[in-house]
Design a protein around this ligand. Structure first.
Ligand code: AGP
Length: 369
């Protein structure tokens, strides 16, 4: 097992560090950035299904559901296709309206999640075209779907999903761009800019991983918190949910993710000097609004850890800690903003002596309904 961990103390840490390579492996052979070409056989072969779809329904669980939420923003923003994102476990039990004009995208790292598999079978029985985004080759979901795209992240052993999340977002970004190209909802130059920006992501993740020591210091400050709040807007709202889930599952600290603007509709009541609030405030994403949310937290004595774009001066003045990420298109920023939260959860869990790779009560593949 020590050999498999490749010199890292835990699989989770190894998998966090594998993300630059995993993202490259995901888009390798699928994108020719300089020529503006995106090749995905599963999408190419079924393009008419996607183009004629009334809507896309994304079904998934847990972290994969969070990736699906990012997918909703990507598909709607780039390809102008209406998207609904459903917990597979809810979708199947509420007599959903599905027609042959729907495209269902099922996302699953393991490809074995029972609720997602059942949702796929239901969608197929109603005549929908079902596309899978899986990591495990030959898994049940990969076999049960009509077509799909693998994430090629390599084996993910840690129960807390890390590289599966970023590679799922990578695949969804490529699909969204491909559909935008086919529909003409983005100009050729806009697609090319996105593709070239995507190519910079692995190196940016690599450089971001150098903040590990800084994140460890922040982890030491907040490791004894009883509750934490994670806030983000737009593309980074799902990252707030994912940050909270990561902390919950491996450190057993209660955490909630919220869209930043929803704070004033309830969670703001929780804020006091004991409440760490992790806020994503990237420069291109509703920045002014998030800054005012940060001010609201500050005026209630909340502790603020902000994830900001390199060079930010405003938030630095207000927040207790800032973590800088490289600049990128807002649509791809979840690939970067999620990294500090993965590291933070990891370090807190290690400091608290928790079983990082195999947290209590959790299984890597949830094969029961
Ligand atoms: C993620 O950290 C979790 N362990 C869990 O939420 C997981 O994402 C969920 O069970 C879905 O798994 P899948 O992607 O293999 O379908």
């Amino acid at each position: 097992e020590q050999i498999e961990k490749g010199g890292y103390d835990h699989f989770m840490l190894k998998e966090i560090y594998e993300q630059p390579k995993a993202i490259i492996d995901t888009y390798r052979g699928r994108m020719l950035a300089n020529e503006g070409i995106i090749k995905m056989a599963g999408v190419d072969d079924n393009m008419s299904k996607f183009l004629n779809a009334d809507r896309i329904i994304i079904v998934a669980c847990g972290t994969s559901w969070h990736a699906g939420l990012v997918g909703e923003y990507l598909f709607e923003d780039m390809a102008r296709i209406p998207v609904e994102v459903e917990y597979a476990s809810e979708f199947r039990y509420r007599n959903p309206i599905i027609t042959p004009k729907d495209v269902v995208i099922a996302i699953s790292q393991s490809g074995e999640t029972a609720d997602t598999l059942a949702a796929i079978k239901l969608a197929k029985s109603k005549g929908a075209f079902v596309f899978g985004v899986c990591n495990v080759v030959g898994s049940s979901i990969a076999r049960e779907t009509h077509a799909g795209a693998y994430t090629h992240a390599g084996p993910e052993i840690g129960v807390a999903s890390t590289k599966a999340f970023t590679t799922q977002i990578t695949v969804l970004s490529l699909i969204a761009l491909k559909l935008a190209q086919a529909k003409g909802t983005l100009s050729t130059s806009a697609v090319n800019t996105y593709l070239q920006t995507m190519q910079q992501i692995p190196a940016q993740v690599e450089s971001l991983l150098k903040i590990d020591a800084q994140v460890k210091e922040i982890a030491a400050v907040y490791k004894d918190a009883k509750n934490c709040l994670y806030l983000g807007r737009g593309f980074n709202f799902p990252v707030a949910l994912e940050g909270a889930l990561k902390l919950k599952e491996i450190s057993y600290i209660h955490a909630e993710g919220y869209p930043a603007a929803e704070m004033k509709h309830g969670p703001i009541a929780l804020i006091d000097e004991n409440m760490p609030v992790f806020v994503i405030a990237t420069s291109r994403g509703h920045y002014e609004k998030v800054v005012s949310n940060i001010q609201e937290i500050k005026s209630r004595s909340g502790k603020i850890v902000a994830v900001v774009t390199e060079g930010d001066e405003t938030v630095k003045e207000i927040a207790d800690h800032v973590i800088e990420i490289p600049d990128t298109e807002e649509a791809f920023s979840p690939l970067l903003t999620t990294i500090p939260f993965q590291l933070l959860s990891y370090h807190i869990a290690v400091m608290l002596g928790k079983n990082v790779d195999q947290p209590r009560n959790l299984a890597k593949s949830v094969t029961v309904e």
